[in-house]
Design a protein around this ligand. Structure first.
Ligand SMILES: N[C@@H](CCC(=O)N[C@@H](CS)C(=O)NCC(=O)O)C(=O)O
Length: 255
């Protein structure tokens, strides 16, 4: 897909979900000690609602992509989940629970990690699922089906947030190539975080993330906050820029 069309349809996908999965720098009531695991299909409607909740609750997860026809994680995907469906499966080692489907996972995350009920706009209700399905259709067939790929020894790391139009194509590619990754959500925490990383339209003078947050830690390390940002420990690679990341994944892992 050409670049302007790619970004346009990615923006439309986020708009269809009213940019849910953008704000995320709120303190969770409880921070999980151990990393959550999500069996995910990037284009799946239910998976999208779960990833939105992860961003808005400021939670990270190890993502095991399960595209249509994918085999890499089929054996380890918990047996309670229907085979070859796009239902998300969340494994929470902290509570030792395995949950299947957005209607179960989203309320669980809100209750356990924020002590609150799920807001209407994030429930797995028919209108939200329809909008999430439409968002998938707008991006179709990206992030849907498995492609032959080389399995990495160690999972990759991706800094992202759900609605980010630049990060979505990277997540789609990770999904198609069945590359497991630690998803680190850098949702926005204040108005000056909004918009692209350059120019910082809402903070033209001096951009500063909210102190003590994940964004702040990222800023201290890189001198800016910008997603997507990929780390590949298998090859000692760390990189910004969505197009460069896509090209890297293709030449390194597509078989
Ligand atoms: N040219 C970059 C643009 C990336 C970009 O601007 N990403 C936005 C999110 S979609 C961002 O990092 N905004 C600043 C922020 O979230 O603080 C790319 O293609 O990766």
């Amino acid at each position: 897909m050409n670049r302007p069309l790619d970004l346009l349809t990615s923006g439309i996908a986020s708009s269809l979900r009213l940019w849910r999965g953008t704000w995320g720098d709120r303190p969770a009531a409880k921070t999980p000690k151990q990393l959550l695991a999500l069996y995910d299909r990037e284009d799946g409607a239910e998976c999208r609602l779960v990833r939105e909740a992860l961003t808005e609750l400021n939670l990270d997860a190890m993502v095991y992509p399960c595209p249509a026809g994918g085999q890499r994680f089929a054996a380890q995907r918990p047996a309670t989940a229907p085979d070859n469906s796009d239902a998300p499966v969340l494994v929470d080692p902290n509570s030792k629970q395995t949950l299947v489907g957005a209607a179960t996972i989203v309320p669980y995350l809100f209750e356990r990690y924020l002590d609150r009920d799920v807001p209407l706009a994030m429930r797995a209700s028919l209108p939200n699922l329809l909008a999430a399905r439409l968002a998938g259709l707008v991006r179709s067939p990206l992030g849907l089906s498995a492609r032959p790929s080389i399995a990495p020894e160690q999972p990759l790391v991706l800094y992202s947030f759900e609605s980010s139009p630049y990060s979505r194509p990277v997540r789609e590619r990770l999904c198609e190539l069945e590359l497991p990754y630690q998803l680190i959500n850098l949702g926005k925490g204040q108005w000056s975080d909004m918009g692209p990383s350059a120019p910082r339209v809402l903070a033209p003078a001096r951009y500063k993330p909210v102190p003590g947050t994940k964004r702040d830690a990222f800023f201290q390390r890189h001198g800016k906050v910008q997603v997507p940002y990929l780390i590949d420990p298998n090859h000692g690679v760390e990189m910004f820029e969505s197009q460069a990341i896509l090209a890297y994944l293709e030449r390194t892992y597509a078989a």
